[in-house]
Ligand binder design. Structure first.
Ligand SMILES: NC(=O)c1ccc[n+]([C@@H]2O[C@H](COP(=O)([O-])OP(=O)(O)OC[C@H]3O[C@@H](n4cnc5c(N)ncnc54)[C@H](O)[C@@H]3O)[C@@H](O)[C@H]2O)c1
Ligand SMILES: O=C(O)C(=O)C[C@@H](O)[C@H](O)[C@H](O)COP(=O)(O)O
Ligand SMILES: [Zn+2]
Length: 352
């Protein structure tokens, strides 16, 4: 399956195909005529897929690698100088290419490096986690974390190409399959009720995996459509942040140790929908419907923290502009709207 993201001079293809990683060279060489490639990956993914990829690409290019420790702490701003130094040690120039091979952490970090190194060099995404395949590899948001919060320093940097090989999900820890389902369910919540309902009906991962190409395609197609209309995130794109206002704050509150991103988003979607329901902004019963689907994937539904404790982190949310906080709420499943709130009035002292 193939889809084009139409962004004028920044347009690119997304290819979803089991086994595509084994023919990455032909896809990449048709787009990239430079000399050097550096693969940025993590210490879980590189041993599984990196060497094979490097061998293929070495037929045509000079290839190096930078392998970072896995996990969110590697996305800290502080780690950037080391990455730039390594690229300089490889003598990377402005016509060379970075490939992000890994989950969303690798994609966001490598993308930010590609956006800033030498004022920007070419970049390809090869996402290997479910979350990265359905969400983070598409749309061009790249970022790093700072002590005040998640993704607070970033850029829009579009890849030349996104190569999605669902076969890589076979080695992904089941925890991260469930985690990725947090974002998959988000797409249903904001844009597609039938898709949302379908997600509640898979018996196990094998059944889900049977349909995985189609599930990835549907998520990415929703994201493509939204991003094409509102690339810079001031309008329709905000919907992709459903569950993230509270989700990001929870991740940070627990120092990125207790909840992974999809889990925190799951908690955030339930919390904000319960609050909105109590205030008559969302159709009654919506939060329970979300809970039912999330429970199906053993995703957490609550964190033992009060919304007031999250306010500092929430105050840095990028959706807040012109003295107004913005929350993505649902009228109903599949139907979102943006609620502007000057005083975070919506955040009663509810336990999230
Ligand atoms: N840019 C965006 O639009 C966007 C969207 C959603 C999430 N994100 C970001 O993505 C990050 C989360 O991404 P993630 O959930 O992929 O986390 P991650 O990158 O930490 O990957 C999860 C774990 O799975 C391992 N892994 C990845 N692929 C594997 C494979 N095929 N086999 C074995 N192990 C594998 C990784 O090493 C890691 O331990 C967060 O930082 C989040 O903010 C960004
Ligand atoms: O692409 C988007 O837009 C999203 O909001 C997708 C989110 O799933 C993702 O977690 C994103 O990184 C959050 O963006 P941020 O602007 O809140 O940092
Ligand atoms: Zn997200």
């Amino acid at each position: 399956m193939k889809m084009r993201v139409n962004l004028e001079k920044d347009s690119y293809d997304i290819v979803i195909e089991k086994g595509i990683l084994d023919h990455a060279l032909s896809s990449i060489s048709s787009l990239f005529e430079g000399e050097r490639i550096v693969i940025i990956s993590d210490d879980n993914v590189y041993p599984l897929y990196g060497e094979k990829l490097k061998k293929q690409l070495s037929e045509k290019y000079t290839v190096g690698e930078i392998v970072i420790p896995h996990g969110e702490p590697s996305k800290q701003f502080d780690h950037l100088p080391e990455l730039y130094s390594k690229l300089l040690a490889y003598h990377m120039t402005r016509t060379d290419l970075i490939i992000a091979l890994g989950g969303g952490v690798v994609g966001d970090l490598a993308g930010f490096v590609a956006a800033t190194f030498l004022r920007g060099i070419k970049f390809i995404q090869i996402p290997t986690s479910l979350l990265a395949q359905v969400d983070s590899s598409v749309g061009g948001k790249v970022a790093v974390d700072v002590p005040e919060g998640k993704n607070l320093v970033g850029a829009f940097k579009h890849p030349l190409l996104v190569l999605i090989d669902p076969l890589t999900l076979k080695t992904l820890d089941p925890h991260f399959i469930k985690d990725g389902m947090g974002e998959v369910i988000k797409y249903g919540c904001i844009k597609d009720e039938a898709f949302f309902e379908r997600m509640a009906n898979y018996e196990n991962f094998d059944a889900l995996y049977e349909d995985i190409d189609e599930i990835i395609y549907r998520c990415v197609d929703i994201k493509r459509d939204v991003v094409e209309k509102d690339l810079f995130d001031f309008g329709d794109r905000l919907c992709l942040n459903f569950g993230h206002t509270i989700g990001h704050a929870i991740e940070q509150h627990y120092h990125y140790e207790k909840y992974s991103h999809g889990e925190a988003v799951a908690i955030g979607m339930v919390a904000i929908t319960r609050i909105a329901e109590e205030q008559g902004l969302t159709k009654k019963g919506t939060a329970d419907r979300i809970v039912e689907v999330l429970r199906h994937y053993d995703l957490p539904l609550k964190a033992d923290v009060n919304t007031k404790e999250l306010l500092e982190a929430i105050s840095h949310d990028k959706k807040n502009i012109n003295k107004s906080f913005s929350f993505v709420l649902l009228k109903d499943i599949g139907d979102y709207f943006i609620h502007k709130d000057e005083n975070t009035f919506i955040l009663t002292s509810e336990v999230v």
